[in-house]
Design a protein around this ligand. Sequence first.
Ligand code: NAD
Length: 282
Amino acid sequence: VIGRILSGKPIAAAVLQSVTERAGSLISCGIRPQLAFVMHGASPPAQVYAARLERQGERVGIQVARRELPEDVSIAALEAEIAALNADDAVDGILVQMPLPPHLLGIDLSSIIDPRKDADGITIQNAGRLYLGLPGQAPPTALAVMQILHAASVKPTGRHAVLVGRSNVVGHPVAELLLLLDATVTVTHRQTDDLGAFTRQADILVVAAGEPRLITADMIRPGVVIVDAGINVTPEGIVGDVDFEACKEVAGAITPVPGGVGPVTNAVLLRNVVSSAERRGG
Ligand code: NAD
């Protein structure tokens, strides 16, 4: 079948349904799962994101608490805030607003967030556990890609998975997760020569480059399963990294943007928080 659209919405709804049940069990034991969202400056997009997170959290039984720090907060003050959240037994997950402004880039979030509260899967411990194939908390976007493949009944074993992008939050962890499922994995990036020569070999193509329409129909093989994590704001609206209209005529299955990876990522972030809260509950 060509052109199957892998909508993220029903997949996100199923994840949220299970999160709601798990949070409900915790609440009935007196544990209210809580995610602390640490903000530095309240830019309009950050406010919109925070409000959506709060609304979604409320629906599933997770309290989302904003910690609004000033835009010019120092590294030391941000570190102190994270240390306080690490020490606060009522907090299960810590999420820091991204991207960081230039004056905060020197902070080493991967070392200072308690790995047990690492909702975004960015700590050294969780990255190491992923690399070693041990249970831990991986970045939500990477887990969302895997959740979509699973929901679409795509079996990565023995298939050639090609990643476009190797960032620490998408490409690189997805490569590890696919290797754990015995896919044959190729990781491409900005310096890759002749990108199409690799993408045309893919049975599974996962794209997270941040470049609108980087992947065109001539760069894919008929029947490929495409997961597009790209989110690009363009004059025509939000688009992914894949030329969706042309590629859906060639691909076996493809995620739309928006409405693909994004909603599943938000749901998986909340699942990470409820998993942390379950560990608090013993
Ligand atoms: P990043 O800038 O950290 O990494 C981009 C990666 O893509 C790099 O490894 C780079 O080498 C590669 N790349 C860039 N241009 C390329 C090209 N022309 N050819 C081959 N490789 C190229 O970005 P990121 O944080 O991984 O985000 C990537 C995209 O995914 C962005 O559009 C971002 O908005 C989106 N994103 C989506 C979610 C989500 O929830 N859906 C989450 C995080 C990021």
